[in-house]
Design a protein around this ligand. Sequence first.
Ligand code: GLP
Length: 251
Amino acid sequence: MINVVVCKERQEIAERGADRLVSVIGEHDTPVLGLATGSSPIGMYEELIRRYEKGEVDFSRVITFNLDEYYPISPDNDQSYRYFMNRHLFDHVNIQMANTHVLDGLSTDVEKECRAFERQIEEAGGVDIQVLGIGRNGHIGFNEPAPSLVPGVHKTDLTESTIRANARFFASESDVPRQSLTMGMANILRAREILVIAYGEDKADAVAALLSGGVTTACPVTFLNLHDRVTLLCDRAALTLCGEGVPQTES
Ligand code: GLP
């Protein structure tokens, strides 16, 4: 069952998320974090930076793997997820850049890039905690709703609705890359623990599908119901379509 933590405001989501990541970092010799981009985790990254500045967390042994990257895109492009991670977290803490892994959006041998990424995750001992946002249509990473989903790291097409949703970050909709490289469903589900962040009414459909307890490829986030250690950090707005009886296990 999903552990639902309902927060009053975004800052509380940020703090709860940071609490959990700081604990995981403290529990392992070489903590392995699976990280996400999008607006949802930004507050949590800001909170992690604050704690680092106060000396409360040390990133020197942390290894990270990001969920996804646009394709094609240069890491220097300010819309790339590599740029995003440097700007919102890595440039501000004592992480070793060599320990941060983001799929190469300029790779000319995509198959090789995807298999190498999986091998690196394995060699690091697997992901201790995977952070996830949710796309408006229920995608996680760039695993879009489809008749079937892909288990491993792969290249995929973005749906029209995701291109439209993500156009807000680009100069125009035509600038949004049409493809991406992403961890697949098995990669995500193999993480030992999953932390999902969702706030706002835009996410209410996907959150309702997730908390219905079922599993459908029409809403990839519902596959988290197959995992036994998932925490959803959300606000009330994200729960508006869940009706009564949200299985809240913490508050
Ligand atoms: C993108 C990313 C997802 C992210 C989603 C939600 O499409 N590929 O990993 O979860 O956006 O973004 P936001 O948090 O801005 O709503």
